[in-house]
Design a protein around this ligand. Structure first.
Ligand code: SAH
Length: 432
């Protein structure tokens, strides 16, 4: 098959090269002198070690001069500079443009069960304050930013949903699952390794329980509001934990306001607005299943006034136009669309879509009204997003003031050496 030959060819060429390159001997000799266990190695092209010196966790295929040894997908490789200097230990991914993802920059650290147990424990300790009776869900492992590239773990009460999104994560999946169970006492570790990025790593989709069972369904409490989470069929791992702090902000501003929640999914911002005393909340999503769960979620919370909520299954782009044409107005609008631009290559089309919905939102907002607008697109920077929203206001003949810059919560940290982790950006804007 064409794909197979593409993915195996580079490794073959690299191995052939490695048998005659005199630099190999130097690399091995140096490492042996340093007392390091080399194993298979990625030797970078001259000058390509800079990003490793900055501790960026990705080694791109273009930076790799050759592969020494015969590593399989997910195997640990030693990354060395062209002059043989140790740079990192990383997981090899033969078919991805990101040829390796770094586990450690410390030559003394070996990649084994103890490494995962230590790294997971560190991630859990950092989040210990986030859990109590009124807060039972949070992301507990956030990939590269927690030192575990490609590993996502979301905790929903006593259930953990695990995503293995890289060859290295795949290779260590059972060890990571066992570590998570041991460290948290979770009754079930459920795998949702069905994100599109798995294909780039040459990995098939895989979902299902790794340990335990889901028998009783999954429910969480966020800021005192109860939600059921469909970890089996829901989007991503089942719930958008990254918006927790922003739901809290919307709740704080909702009192007495007529709220529009566009792209509402299972009702997160809608229920938060009701809890904050919103006069009414209209929620729109194109997914009937999500709206069904949203209604059920509202019913779970007897403290919220369900008569103030309306749910509408529609395309947001169409529905905002219809509302505008009907002369509708709102005092608080939430726009939390799906990822329009996964990479910078999609940025232009995505920019048009963001501008469209934000322009319509500015038209629907009353003077003094608030817009909480988001982009979770990796391909759209915070700077660009702000420019798009400013352009939308201009075209809508609206004046606005940014009153807060919004991001994901503390359970989605962004490592300083990994700016790519900063994918969620939002603005809270007051229309003048
Ligand atoms: N704000 C939500 C998460 C939103 S996820 C929360 O806090 O939980 C994005 C949602 O947009 C998904 O539920 C998806 O079904 C919906 N969606 C995607 N494209 C849409 C469209 N064109 N019109 C309406 N809904 C859309």
């Amino acid at each position: 098959m064409a794909t197979d030959s593409r993915s195996t060819a580079p490794a073959r060429i690299d191995r052939r090269k490695s048998t005659r390159a005199p630099r190999d001997l130097r690399t091995v000799a140096r490492s042996a002198a340093a007392g390091l266990d080399m194993g298979p190695a990625l030797v970078l092209a001259p000058g390509r070690e800079k990003s490793s010196h900055l501790r960026h966790p990705w080694i791109f295929s273009g930076a790799v001069e050759r592969v020494e040894g015969d590593p399989a997908s997910g195997d640990t490789v030693t990354v060395v500079a062209a002059d043989g200097t140790f740079l990192a230990r990383a997981a090899f991914s033969p078919s991805s443009q990101i040829r390796a993802r770094v586990w450690t920059f410390d030559p003394q650290v070996t990649i084994d069960a103890a490494f995962f147990s230590h790294t997971v424990a560190r991630a859990l300790t950092a989040r210990a304050q986030l859990f109590d009776a009124a807060h039972t869900a949070a992301r507990i492992v956030h990939g590269e930013s927690d030192g575990l590239p490609g590993v996502i773990a979301d905790r929903y009460g006593d259930v953990i949903v695990l995503q293995c999104l890289s060859a290295g994560a795949e290779r260590w999946r059972d060890v990571i699952a066992a570590t998570l169970t041991e460290a948290t006492g979770a009754r079930c570790i459920y795998e949702r390794s069905d994100a599109d990025v798995r294909a780039l790593e040459g990995l098939p989709v895989r979902t299902g329980p790794i340990q335990g069972t889901l028998s009783d369904g999954v429910a969480i409490v966020e800021d005192g509001i109860s939600y059921a989470v469909d970890v089996v069929h829901g989007q991503k791992t089942g719930f958008y934990l990254d918006q927790r702090d922003n739901r809290r902000i919307v709740r704080r501003h909702a009192a007495g306001r007529r709220v529009l929640n566009a792209f509402c999914y299972t009702g997160g911002f809608s229920l938060a607005a009701l809890a904050g005393g919103a006069a009414e909340v209209l929620s729109i999503d194109s997914s009937g299943d999500a709206l069904h769960m949203a209604r059920d979620n509202l019913a779970r919370n007897a403290q919220l006034d369900a008569t103030r909520a309306r749910w509408h299954e529609a395309d947001v782009f169409d529905e905002l136009r219809r509302l505008r044409d009907a002369g509708g107005t709102f005092d608080l609008i939430v726009l939390d669309p799906p990822k329009f631009a996964p990479t910078a290559a999609h940025a232009e089309r995505a920019a048009r879509a963001y501008k469209d919905i934000n322009l319509l939102a500015f038209k629907l907002l009353t003077a003094g009204g608030l817009l909480a607008t988001f982009s979770c697109s990796g391909g759209i920077s915070a700077d660009l997003f702000q420019k798009i929203v400013a352009g939308a206001a201009l075209d809508a003949h609206a004046d606005g003031q940014i009153i807060a810059h919004l991001t994901a919560g503390a359970d989605h940290p962004v490592a300083l050496n990994f700016p790519e982790g900063d994918y969620l950006k939002g603005l809270l804007i007051r229309k003048r």
